[in-house]
Design a protein around this ligand. Sequence first.
Ligand SMILES: Nc1ncnc2c1ncn2[C@@H]1O[C@H](COP(=O)(O)OP(=O)(O)OP(=O)(O)O)[C@@H](O)[C@H]1O
Length: 255
Amino acid sequence: MKKILLKTEALSKSFSSGGSLQHVLKNIDLELYEGDFTVIMGASGAGKSTLLYALSGMDTPTLGTITFAEQVISNLNQDELAVFRRDHCGFVFQQIYLIDGMSVMDNVLAAGLLACRDRKAVLKKATELFAAVDISEETQKKFPTQISGGEAQRSGMVRALINSPEILFADEPTGALNSKTGLDVLDTLTRFNEMGQSIVMVTHDMRSARRGNRILYLKDGVILGECDLGKYASHVPDDGARQEKLSSFLTEMGW
Ligand SMILES: Nc1ncnc2c1ncn2[C@@H]1O[C@H](COP(=O)(O)OP(=O)(O)OP(=O)(O)O)[C@@H](O)[C@H]1O
């Protein structure tokens, strides 16, 4: 049986704008499992990023409970949430936000040293992760403005994983990349997932979504349906069946 990593009960999020309340997430009951590559899809404005932010402790719900590995996180204050995120979560966004004044390696070390004082151990982990995402030593010494978008995104992934997070949250990680570099990033995510990394990713992109094993479809703030695609196997050529299953699920959802 799969282990539950994250659980929401009656999760709701509302925003007030112009004097009225907008109910963006409505009573969501959801369980996310260890080792899964969960994908959240849905039309623009459905609440995907809002859900991702709530699940990852970047924002707090209006109502409801979020439990991460037995710890209720929905009632933590901002300082406690910052510690929770640092210790348990990694983030990859469309925009990469590496610090320009530091080398790529120093960006990663700085994130690692926030959580661990053992510089040698952080350096060893960073070196392993850079090798796994195919970023050379030469590139590690460069500054963020001197590397390509794909290299920056893969370096961002190293930074996201330096503290061995239980969950990697990704919000449109290939959104700003061209087709080839986007594919490299998806291959990297797939490889990490094959090594056991739990991933939750928001995307509009079918090619990205196909990498997930569990696809959730959000509509108007509720989970309308889900599809079990099975694990993507990087060593098996895609025969189109996966694509067909995802397409017919999305059609059924009204995408
Ligand atoms: N901080 C905020 N304040 C007010 N309204 C917000 C806030 N964040 C999100 N919203 C609103 O919540 C709704 C859902 O936004 P969200 O970004 O979660 O959607 P999404 O499904 O990720 O959309 P997209 O695919 O376009 O990124 C939108 O109508 C948005 O305007």
